[in-house]
Design a binder for this molecule. Structure first.
Ligand SMILES: NC(=O)c1ccc[n+]([C@@H]2O[C@H](COP(=O)([O-])OP(=O)(O)OC[C@H]3O[C@@H](n4cnc5c(N)ncnc54)[C@H](O)[C@@H]3O)[C@@H](O)[C@H]2O)c1
Length: 334
């Protein structure tokens, strides 16, 4: 039985990973979350439908408490989701991002090293790649240049650096950083989903608009050098992304630290996503074209061959309709 600490487990991705761990069994799970963007109700639903977890309301900026908890519980692994993740906010308030995402992560790593945690799985992001000028049709690989263009991306890349240096320096401490592309959809079982308030994620916004929670939605720029002029992204179903974390845990049983992209290697344009949401919802909602947002690359597609070769991870829900449907079904609960 592995003892796992999940930070940010009351949030969107952390709750889905918790669910997959519980479904697999053989893990004793402790969740810490400050409930800043996560929900106590999500923890309740996990307990109701998937199994027991120990929940502690804790802010990772309380370093003394974090150190105490890790010293007492002696976790085998940490899966670290807790972070702030709104890109424009990171531009306006960079210190929030460097403190919450980088400094608190450095302290968590310190506590992990000191208490003998052997495995650390880190939520990184495609934002570490910044705004690549050209992307091969086969997608971005982990070897491509990292060059974040906002404090959010920098805060995550800096955390990766802290992990890499720590794994080199401290025997027995190993990590996997997973660079997520665009995460979307909800629990295939329909019990949990993305409850984020004021979300900016395209599929969530489209689901809200399809259900009349918004009067209309916007497309930010239709003059990009893509087939229909709108940006192309690699949308991965949250349950597939979650399963990659279980593979990463297994990987660290007999491998050293590494970094992996997690995406499908296939992109959809903003217009394609909106058309799909209109089709699955049966609602032809209003969409307005407006100007480009700063720092939106025309296309971001993952090459996740490295992960697929190193582990048993294979996409299971690689289907835009299914992603939109599960997001829409969950949205009806909110
Ligand atoms: N959603 C995406 O598309 C996406 C893409 C790439 C990377 N990520 C990364 O995945 C992780 C999870 O993202 P999410 O979409 O589930 O977001 P989320 O906001 O739903 O989850 C984050 C959770 O962390 C908690 N939290 C934040 N700061 C905390 C602190 N100081 N102490 C304790 N708890 C704290 C929040 O309350 C929340 O429950 C983040 O690290 C994010 O950077 C997300």
């Amino acid at each position: 039985m592995q003892k796992i600490l999940i930070t940010g487990g009351a949030g969107y991705i952390g709750s889905h990973v918790t669910k997959e761990l519980l479904k697999r069994g053989d893990y004793e799970i402790t969740i810490v979350d400050n409930l800043s963007t996560g929900f106590a109700e999500t923890i309740e639903r996990i307990k109701q439908f998937y199994g027991d977890v120990d929940f502690i309301k804790l802010d990772l900026s309380d370093w003394d408490e974090v150190n105490k908890l890790l010293g007492q519980k002696k976790f085998d692994a940490i899966i670290h989701f807790a972070a702030a993740l709104v890109v424009p906010e990171s531009v306006e308030n960079p210190l929030k991002y460097y403190l919450n995402n980088t400094a608190n992560t450095a302290n968590l790593i310190k506590a992990a090293v000191e208490s003998g945690v052997g495995k650390f799985i880190f939520s990184s992001t495609a934002a570490v790649y910044g705004e690549p000028e050209t992307i091969p049709a086969t997608g971005i690989t982990e070897k491509d240049e990292t060059s974040p263009i906002n404090p959010y991306g920098h805060s995550k890349l800096m955390s990766e650096q802290v992990l890499a240096d720590s794994a080199k320096a401290y025997d027995g401490f190993n990590y996997v950083a997973l660079r997520y592309f665009n995460v979307a959809g909800a629990d295939i079982g329909g019990k949990i989903g993305q409850s984020t308030k004021n979300a900016t994620h395209l599929i969530k916004v489209a689901a809200e608009t399809a259900l009349g929670k918004r009067d209309k939605m916007y497309i930010f720029g239709d003059d990009y050098p893509t087939a229909d002029g709108t940006c192309i992204r690699d949308y991965i179903h949250v349950d597939d992304l979650s399963l990659a974390h279980l593979e990463a845990l297994d990987y660290l049983d007999d491998h050293e630290s590494d970094v992996f992209n997690v995406g499908y290697g296939q992109g959809y344009s903003v217009k394609e996503v909106i058309d799909t949401m209109k089709r699955v919802s049966g609602n032809d909602f209003t969409v307005e074209i407006t100007g480009r947002r700063a720092g939106d690359p025309a296309m971001l597609i993952a090459n996740s061959q490295k992960l697929q070769k190193a582990t048993n991870w294979k996409p299971k829900y690689d289907n835009l309709e299914l992603i939109c449907k599960t997001a829409l079904e969950w949205e009806k609960n909110l």
